[in-house]
Design a protein around this ligand. Structure first.
Ligand code: SF4
Ligand code: SF4
Length: 217
């Protein structure tokens, strides 16, 4: 175990363990970016909506996060051997922030203030062998604080913050629409028969100037 104050995270070349671990959480606009790349590269991607909120006004459930599933071999469809096919094209934010990622994301609809609130708790994932090698369990525990984690993994925490900002952006735009009465949000569990719409496509109905290019980075 190395001194946590002195080491900084560096991904192990050829590891790709996190590309086989679990579905990748992606944001609504990333679905479009990755779908296009998948078509170009012939990767069999499958996305399913994760968190959704119902809009009673339009009779839709708006997906504001998605899962990109592992393929039949139990790996990310963009993984070829140990090479990420979208590296340098567009790697999902979750992948770029790994091993620093949300452990819990809690969404809450407040009908009084007409706001969607998001509470995120981060974790330095011990699935990553480099984290296990570098850090003692006590140090890992401290890294739920992004201010401490940034010293060990500055690039990854920066992307984790950027991802959080984008998550907040979806919540903020929908909250603004709710406040001005353009949408009537409610718990999606009450409306299982509503069709699901991608959150990026949905908010572009109101803000067409919000393009993929603006959200992509
Ligand atoms: S997109 Fe690339 S980095 Fe992310 S899980 Fe797939 S292969 Fe791994
Ligand atoms: S598990 Fe860790 S070392 Fe392995 S590819 Fe993922 S981030 Fe890199």
């Amino acid at each position: 175990m190395r001194d946590a104050a002195l080491v900084s995270f560096s991904c192990e070349p050829g590891c790709a363990l996190c590309c086989r671990a679990s579905p990748v959480t992606v944001l609504p606009h990333e679905v479009y970016i990755l779908q296009r790349l998948a078509e170009r590269l012939g990767a069999p991607v499958v996305f399913t909506p994760a968190y959704k909120v119902a809009d009673v006004k339009s009779g839709l459930r708006v997906a504001i996060s998605y899962l990109m599933h592992l393929d039949e071999e139990g790996k990310c469809p963009f993984l070829e051997g140990t090479r990420c096919m979208v590296h340098g094209l567009y790697k999902p934010l979750t992948c770029r922030s790994f091993p620093y990622l949300p452990k819990v994301i809690r969404y809450e609809l407040d009908p009084t203030s007409r706001e969607i609130r998001i509470d995120v708790k981060f974790v330095m994932s011990t699935l990553c062998p480099v984290v296990r090698r570098d850090l003692a369990p006590a140090d890992v525990a401290k890294m739920s604080s992004i201010h401490i984690a940034v010293k060990y993994a500055p690039r990854e925490t920066e992307v984790a913050l950027k991802t959080l900002e984008k998550r907040y952006l979806y919540a903020k735009v929908l909250s603004e629409l709710w406040k001005r009465g353009a949408v009537e949000l409610d718990d999606e569990g009450k409306y299982p028969f509503y069709p699901v719409v991608n959150g990026f496509a949905f908010i572009r109905r109101f803000y067409p100037e919000l393009t993929l290019e603006k959200l992509r980075d």
